[in-house]
Design a protein around this ligand. Structure first.
Ligand code: B12
Length: 256
């Protein structure tokens, strides 16, 4: 399904058109991604993400990087913004799970290119974080993004993946002794599970030994407070700043 087609891409002679949805809407004029202005390219990438065109997203990501865009700018303006548009049409019943899965795969392909660049900042070591999506929930794009940005900021990140029961968090805490526990949830039905994890930590008397950060599109600050997290973070950049802040406080407590 094509939401709005800005321009038509030229398909190299040795490559088949990647997706019929794009091809079917083709006008006669063809375009080459590398010939688009930055603004046009970003818009085209939103369309390509919408259409789940992985190779085009990879190409667009590389072009923006070659043009000197900072990896974080590519991430937020081309990929995350594109995914926001997908989310709106998913919510409105215009897109369905199979299509959104393709978009998610295209997004991940772009993130895969950006990951080493975001991670390799040479930032001084900050601490350790265990992060995972809670039980019942398989959304992982936002969590992965937070993990990447945290690594880039100097945190060691242990990623538990998706669908994590409380035992998984507890095992990871025991094994890795992190400073920070991060939980992600994208469903209103799974977000209450964060409280299960935090309450279990309380029961075991270990809650106050760790900083608990929570995030995911349906959450907000009140929810974070209600489940007993230390902070809710609306995006990866806020997560990094919040985590660094907590680490500073932790070190201050230790020296005083
Ligand atoms: C992509 C997507 C999918 C993909 C997931 C692919 C993947 N590998 O993740 C697929 C197609 C599989 C999918 C499935 C489903 N989805 Co879905 N999905 C989405 C969509 C469109 C985008 C989510 C996303 O990746 N956003 C981009 C990232 C970058 O943003 P983010 O996740 O919010 O993360 C940022 C912040 O929230 C924060 N953050 C996130 N996690 C964390 C963690 C910590 C510790 C911190 C500090 C910060 C933080 O930082 C991140 C980076 O900045 C959303 C729409 C939306 N508006 O969120 C729906 C959405 C979440 N899905 C929804 C639904 C209903 C489903 C399904 C139930 C559909 C179905 N009928 O099967 C299933 C659920 C399956 C399951 N059990 O989990 C609903 C949820 C509605 C609700 N009220 O709960 C949404 C909101 C769409 C909608 N409006 O209807 N989905």
């Amino acid at each position: 399904m094509t939401r709005r087609h800005l321009l038509q891409k030229q398909v190299p002679a040795d490559r088949k058109p990647l997706k019929s949805a794009s091809a079917s809407n083709m006008a006669d004029d063809e375009i080459i991604l590398s010939e688009l202005s930055d603004e046009e390219l970003v818009q085209q990438m939103h369309d390509d993400l919408y259409d789940g065109l992985k190779e085009e997203i990879e190409e667009g990501t590389n072009i923006l990087l070659e043009r000197g865009w900072a990896p974080y700018k590519v991430l937020t303006e081309a990929l995350v913004e594109g995914m926001r548009i997908v989310g709106e049409d998913f919510r409105d019943g215009i897109l369905f799970v199979p299509e959104v899965l393709l978009s998610a795969n295209a997004m991940k392909a772009g993130m895969f290119i950006l990951r080493p660049l975001l991670v390799a900042t040479g930032a001084p070591k900050q601490g350790k974080m265990v992060i995972g999506t809670v039980k019942g929930d398989i959304h992982d794009i936002g969590k992965n993004l937070v993990g990447m940005m945290m690594e880039g900021a100097g945190f060691d990140v242990i990623d538990l993946g998706i669908n994590n029961a409380v035992e998984k968090y507890l095992d990871a805490i025991e094994q890795h002794q992190p400073d920070i526990i991060g939980m992600s949830a994208l469903l209103t039905t799974t977000m209450p599970y964060m409280k299960v994890v935090i309450d279990t930590m309380k029961e075991k008397g270990i809650r106050d030994d760790y900083v608990v950060l929570v995030g995911g599109a349906p959450l907000n600050q009140e929810f974070g407070k209600a489940v007993g997290a230390d902070a809710y973070c609306r995006d990866a950049a806020v997560a990094v700043e919040t985590a660094k802040d907590f680490m500073k406080r932790k070190h201050n407590v230790r020296v005083s």
